[in-house]
Design a protein. Structure first.
Length: 373
C-alpha cells in the first residue's frame, strides 16, 4: 500500500571496504530498509553500490513485493502526459523495472499510446536509434534500437526508468541522445526507486523540462577509502558488447502491447520453495513466470545474474562467478543465492541452448528454461 509522503531526517553511516557512505533520507514512501541495502563495488570508477531489495537482481525478492513497489511508483506519474509516451528502461538493472512500470502505467492511465524499449549491450540485426554513456558503470556503453515495432516513432514524452539516481549524469546523457533523435519530445519524466540526487543540479541541464518520481528521496555522501582491487581484465572486457545473431524481441526493439509468459510444458512443477533466476537483460519474463507461480500459491523468489562486480560483505552474502551466456567474455555473477537455502532453482535465458555456464547450473543444482531460438 502506498503510504503518504513521509518527511524524515533519518541519517545513517555505512562503512564499506572501499569507503564510507553517509545517507540522509528526506522523504520516504517506503522505508529505506525495505527498499535497499549497500555494498562495495569492484570498480575503480565508483566504490559503492546501492543494492535494491525490490528489484529481484542482487537480492532475492518476492514477485508480489516487486509488483507492489512498481505499482506505487507508477501511480505517482501523471496520466495526462503529452502523447505518445515512450517508457525507456536502462539495462541491465532496470529492464524488468521499466517493463513492469510500462505495464502498470498503461493500466493506471488507461491510455493506448504508450510504448516501451530498453537500452542494451547486445548487438542485434536491427536499426540503431542512438548510443549513450553511463560513465560510472563497469560497462559504460548503451545502445538503443529504433522501436519501430511499438508503432510509436515520434514520442512527445519520454519516461526514463532506472533503479536509482545519484548524479543524474547517465539520465542527462540518455535524454540528450533521445531528444536528438526525437525532437518532438516536450517533456521528460524520470521514474526511479531511490533518488539520491537532492543536491545535484542535473535537472537544470536536461534538454527538456523534467519531473522526477521516486519511492524515496535523499542524499548520499561518499568518502573513498581503499581503492577497489584492480582486475587487469576490467578495462578490456568489462564494456564488451555481445552479439545475438538470432534474437526474439522481448523489449530491445520496442513493444506497445505487454507480453506474457508463453505456454510451455517445461514450467516448474517442483515442490517446495523456488528460485527463478533471470540472466543479464532477460529479466521481465522470468519475473512474470515467478509471479504466475506465486499467484498459484508457490513460495518463490526472483533473482538475476549480473555483469556488475561487487565485493563480498555488507549486502552481498555470497557470490557465484561464471561465464556470460551472451558470449561477450565478460565475467558474470549471481549474489545471495545460497545453494543450501532449500530453494529449487530455475535459470531462465534468451540465448541459445547450452549457453548457460555448466558451473553455475551445477553450483545450484539448477534446471534451465530457455526462451531463445
Amino acid at each position: 500500500m502506498l503510504m503518504d509522503h513521509a518527511v524524515t531526517s533519518a541519517e545513517r553511516t555505512v562503512n564499506l571496504p572501499t569507503g564510507t557512505l553517509r545517507i540522509a533520507v528526506d522523504r520516504a514512501d517506503w522505508p529505506l530498509d525495505e527498499l535497499c541495502d549497500f555494498a562495495a563495488r569492484e570498480n575503480p570508477k565508483r566504490g559503492f553500490l546501492v543494492v535494491s531489495r525490490v528489484l529481484g537482481r542482487h537480492l532475492p525478492a518476492a514477485p508480489s513485493t516487486m509488483r507492489r513497489s512498481v505499482r506505487d511508483l507508477a501511480s505517482q506519474i501523471p496520466t495526462d502526459l503529452p502523447g505518445p509516451v515512450m517508457v525507456v528502461g536502462l539495462a541491465e538493472t532496470a529492464v524488468c523495472l521499466g517493463q513492469t512500470l510500462h505495464q502498470e502505467w498503461h493500466r493506471h492511465s488507461g491510455r493506448d499510446d504508450v510504448g516501451f524499449v530498453h537500452s542494451t549491450r547486445q548487438l542485434v540485426d536491427a536499426p540503431l536509434l542512438c548510443k549513450f554513456e553511463e560513465p560510472h558503470s563497469h560497462a559504460s556503453a548503451h545502445l538503443i534500437y529504433r522501436p519501430d515495432a511499438s508503432g510509436i516513432d515520434a514520442p512527445r514524452t519520454i519516461v526514463l526508468v532506472d533503479d536509482e539516481v545519484s548524479t543524474g549524469t547517465t539520465l542527462r546523457n540518455l535524454a540528450n541522445a533521445l531528444v536528438d533523435c526525437w525532437p518532438l519530445v516536450e517533456r521528460v519524466v524520470v521514474a526511479t526507486l531511490t533518488d539520491w540526487s537532492a543536491e545535484a543540479t542535473w535537472r537544470t541541464a536536461m534538454p527538456r523540462p523534467t519531473d522526477v518520481f521516486s519511492l524515496l528521496k535523499g542524499t548520499l555522501h561518499w568518502t573513498p577509502g581503499v581503492a577497489p582491487s584492480h582486475d587487469p581484465t576490467f578495462e578490456t572486457n568489462a564494456g564488451s558488447l555481445g552479439r545475438m545473431p538470432i534474437h526474439t524481441n522481448y523489449g530491445r526493439l520496442g513493444l506497445r502491447a505487454t507480453i506474457s509468459v508463453p505456454p510451455s510444458d517445461d514450467l516448474p512443477r517442483d515442490s517446495g520453495p523456488l528460485r527463478i533466476v533471470g540472466t543479464g537483460e532477460f529479466t521481465y519474463l522470468p519475473f512474470l513466470l515467478a509471479e504466475r507461480l506465486e499467484s498459484a500459491g508457490r513460495d518463490v523468489v526472483v533473482q538475476a545474474t549480473s555483469r556488475s562486480p561487487a565485493r563480498l560483505g555488507a549486502a552481498m552474502g555470497s557470490k557465484l562467478c561464471f561465464t556470460d551466456n551472451y558470449e561477450t567474455g565478460v565475467g558474470n555473477y549471481l549474489y545471495n543465492a545460497d545453494p543450501e537455502d532449500g530453494c529449487r532453482t530455475w535459470i531462465c535465458h534468451e540465448t541459445p541452448p547450452g549457453s548457460v555456464d555448466r558451473g553455475l547450473i551445477a553450483a545450484l543444482d539448477a534446471n534451465v528454461l530457455g526462451w531463445g531460438r
